[in-house]
Write a protein that binds this ligand. Structure first.
Ligand SMILES: Cc1cc2nc3c(=O)[nH]c(=O)nc-3n(C[C@H](O)[C@H](O)[C@H](O)COP(=O)(O)O)c2cc1C
Length: 188
């Protein structure tokens, strides 16, 4: 558990929070980054495994007919997940990681978000990419997050130190939102 019990201010007592790092990774890059993050912040780890694994032909973005191209061009695509995570409800903060596909999150991330009641959960997005930033990923996922709140979003390269990751993660422990609305989101 990374969020320590603490007095954030004289007014509020903040209980310890339970953190999960959930991620989807098609070719291993996000997996490595997610595991590093889970280790750095001492969080429970959960891999979002597709019921049908993606082959390299499926991932060919140059082929308009490849599985990833077809899914990403269909707003209703919801690729199935192999194993449902039962104890999402036990966690307060969910760091949710994925590769950037076509400038946004792969459709399976919507499947994940829509298959859980995320009432009162804080969701922090992170992604790996070939160079793109997070773009509109947070707003693209807002509807799927339902009653959960997407509170942050950033690209991780895998070169961040454990201290840097802890420092970044800590801001989401607080029950108090920063006064400045825009500062809740970290630009990638
Ligand atoms: C279908 C597909 C679309 C992609 N689209 C983008 C993109 O728009 N921008 C980008 O920077 N990288 C893009 N990439 C590259 C991946 O985001 C990058 O290689 C990522 O680190 C892969 O993570 P993974 O190994 O966890 O799957 C794309 C990759 C695939 C397979």
């Amino acid at each position: 558990m990374y969020c320590p019990k603490q007095y954030a201010s004289l007014r509020t007592f903040e209980p310890e929070k339970s953190i999960m790092v959930a991620y989807f990774s098609a070719s291993g890059v996000t997996k490595r980054v997610a595991r590093g993050l889970a280790y750095a912040i001492d969080a429970t780890e959960y891999e979002i495994v597709p019921q049908i694994p993606y082959t390299s032909a499926d991932l060919d973005w140059r082929d308009r007919k490849s599985r990833s191209s077809v899914e990403m061009h269909d707003p209703d695509a919801r690729p199935l997940i192999a194993r449902r995570m039962d104890d999402v409800s036990a966690h307060d903060i969910i760091f949710l990681g994925f590769p950037i596909w076509w400038g946004t999150a792969p459709s399976i991330i919507k499947t994940f978000l829509e298959s859980h009641d995320l009432y009162k959960k804080r969701i922090v997005l992170f992604a790996t990419s070939g160079g793109s930033g997070m773009g509109n990923t947070a707003s693209d996922l807002k509807e799927s997050a339902g009653r959960g709140e997407i509170v942050g979003s950033r690209i991780l390269t895998g070169r961040e130190s454990d201290d840097e990751l802890r420092e970044w993660a800590r801001q989401y422990c607080s029950d108090e939102k920063p006064v400045e609305a825009g500062s809740w989101f970290q630009k990638s």
